[in-house]
Design a protein around this ligand. Structure first.
Ligand SMILES: *[C@@H]1O[C@H](CO)[C@@H](O)[C@H](O)[C@H]1NC(C)=O
Ligand SMILES: *[C@@H]1O[C@H](CO)[C@@H](O)[C@H](O)[C@H]1NC(C)=O
Ligand SMILES: *[C@@H]1O[C@H](CO)[C@@H](O)[C@H](O)[C@H]1NC(C)=O
Length: 352
């Protein structure tokens, strides 16, 4: 079992590294002691051991963003016990491939892959720009002629390096000639391409009291929230594919083709999937659905977070909850704020 229709094998590894790292604190990472590495990943880990903490951090950023984007929805991107340990190779049940669980090839799975590989590229790129590794740094290659009223300065973030790391690492297991590998590769790349497409020129003014006599600019990654919002749109417009089998010299190869040829085919930044999602109303270990029982819902919303839709028509329970809050706050000259503590009563609605 794993995170809902979720992360498959390609990413568990970076999480394993995260775990390893947090438990070891500042001790060096021993690549050989991380369970389940394929040889390519092991080599990668040894060559790039300095940036392994950023790889793990990147997956974490991706999952947190996923949980933000899907909060209040039936599928909310939550792992079984919200522990990254979930991605480890030991916990899985059900269908297996290479000894690891394969979750369904749904839209949700596509999103998780894209956001996690974008997260890895993002975190590695950021840490390189902050100078925390010797093998990478700022990007000096993408400086065109300076613009009107500004010159190049600061440290341009090297998103190509971060993306390379993400590609090497997250895609290392996606080389099988089957449909699922093809899907994961497309979605992983879509995440990284989105990051690349959202780079912007960040500028700073210099001069007497910010007069902006001199302005310096550099390439910067956007806030990761921008990537999350962007990928969420991609999730909504994801392309449904069908699997095709071809006989090639090396054997059977599966490829993906758009299911509906009156839609335009997916581009590099589009998400693809080929299995329909469950409705996530009821728990089902096979599909990774937790069901929505006991989830809190919004009584006045007509959206997916509203009690009608979130509870799948089963109805809801209501209880009152008392919460202590600061109130009657006064600003005193100068300079502190004093408050009283009030108890407020809230209605909390949860799905039956
Ligand atoms: C939850 O995570 C912890 C590690 O944080 C692990 O020890 C435990 O076995 C996990 N429980 C389940 C049910 O997966
Ligand atoms: C997400 O769903 C799970 C399972 O239904 C639930 O336990 C958890 O509290 C939810 N998280 C949030 C933030 O609503
Ligand atoms: C519930 O939904 C209403 C209407 O969409 C919204 O205004 C309100 O902020 C929501 N409440 C919470 C706690 O999210």
């Amino acid at each position: 079992m794993s995170l809902s229709p979720s992360l498959s094998i390609s990413l568990f590894l970076s999480l394993a590294v995260g775990q390893q790292y947090s438990s070891l604190g500042t001790q060096p990472i021993l690549c050989g002691s991380i369970p389940g590495l394929v040889p390519k990943q092991l080599r990668f880990c040894r060559n790039y051991v300095e940036i392994m903490p950023s790889v793990a951090e990147g997956v974490k950023i991706g999952i947190q963003e996923c949980q933000h984007q899907f909060r209040g929805r039936r599928w909310n991107c939550t792992t079984i016990n919200n522990s990254l340990a979930i991605f480890g190779p030991v916990l899985d049940k059900g269908e297996r491939r290479d000894g690891f669980e394969v979750s369904k090839a749904t839209r949700e799975s596509a999103f998780v892959h894209a956001i996690a590989s974008a997260g890895v590229a993002f975190a590695v790129t950021r840490s390189c720009a902050e100078g925390s590794a010797t093998i990478c740094g700022c990007d000096a290659r993408h400086k065109g002629p300076p613009g009107e009223g500004w010159k190049w300065g600061g440290c341009s973030e090297d998103v190509e390096f971060g993306s390379m790391v993400s590609r090497e690492f997250a895609d290392a297991r996606e080389n099988r000639p089957d449909a699922r590998s093809a899907m994961n590769r497309q979605n992983n790349e879509a995440g990284r391409t989105s990051l690349n497409d959202n780079m912007f020129l960040k500028c700073k003014c210099h001069g007497l009291s910010g007069s902006c006599e001199v302005k310096t600019c550099w390439w910067s990654q956007p806030d990761f929230r921008v990537i999350g919002d962007y990928m969420k749109d991609k999730y909504d417009s994801a392309s449904e594919m069908v699997v095709e089998k071809h006989q090639e010299f090396r054997g059977w190869v599966e490829t993906l083709r758009p299911k509906y040829n009156y839609f335009k085919p997916p581009t590099d930044t589009d998400l693809v999937y080929y299995e329909t999602s469950p409705n996530f109303c009821d728990p089902n270990p096979e599909t990774g659905s937790f069901g929505t029982r006991d989830r809190s819902c919004n009584l006045t919303s007509h959206g997916i977070d509203g009690c009608d839709l979130l509870c799948c028509g089963r109805g809801h329970n209501t209880r009152t909850e008392q919460r202590k809050e600061k109130c009657n706050c006064i600003f005193h000259w100068c300079c502190y704020v004093s408050c009283q503590e009030c108890t407020r009563v809230y209605d909390v609605h949860t799905c039956k």
